[in-house]
Design a protein around this ligand. Structure first.
Ligand code: NI
Length: 183
């Protein structure tokens, strides 16, 4: 596999604060190529051989805005078994419903645009259902839970110009811990 040359914006870059816009169909060839590049990059970042070779930080999600493009598209690559990956390509997502239950990632969330460890709780819905369009423009619904629900909410925040670090209480990073379930 060849590592795609992606220029991922750093948290200080103001472009990350833009609100992304819906995209129309058919997708451009450029957008299709970018989607494939993101899938390849995220996959390679989770395989030891490649993350060691290229010195990559493992990541499971990336939104177009992190490459400087304010479009409502994100990709998630989940390792479902040893070096077996499942992709989600989510275009123009809309939240339809969510659980009342909140969860947070105990070891903290990470982001390919935030190149430092940040402690604290990021409250997320344990489950949610969204509608979105696939690469052919078909409208679909998906229900996600647990870590995938967290990943989807993290990426949907990117589309609204929000980073996970914004959601951590600066004075008390573990505020309301007892009201949520750690995953
Ligand atoms: Ni991120």
């Amino acid at each position: 596999m060849k590592l795609p040359n992606l220029k991922i914006l750093d948290e200080k870059n103001k472009t990350l604060r833009l609100k992304s816009q819906n995209v129309s169909f058919p997708l451009s060839e450029d957008d299709k190529k970018t989607i494939q590049d993101i899938i390849d990059y995220l996959t390679m970042s989770q395989i030891k051989e490649y993350y060691e070779k290229y010195n990559l930080r493992p990541g499971m999600g990336l939104a177009f805005i992190q490459l400087g493009m304010p479009k409502n598209i994100f990709v998630i690559v989940e390792e479902v078994d040893e070096e077996v990956f499942e992709n989600y390509v989510i275009i123009n997502p809309k939240m339809l419903s969510h659980s009342e239950e909140l969860i947070y990632v105990g070891e903290g969330e990470g982001c390919l645009s935030v190149n430092r460890d940040v402690e604290g709780i990021v409250p997320r819905y344990a489950r949610m259902t969204i509608s979105y369009q696939d690469m052919d423009g078909n409208t679909k619904e998906i229900r996600v839970r647990e870590d995938i629900s967290v990943a989807f909410q993290h990426e949907m925040d990117h589309l609204n110009g929000i980073l996970f670090i914004d959601k951590i209480d600066k004075k008390n990073p573990y505020k309301d811990k007892e009201k949520m379930r750690e995953i």
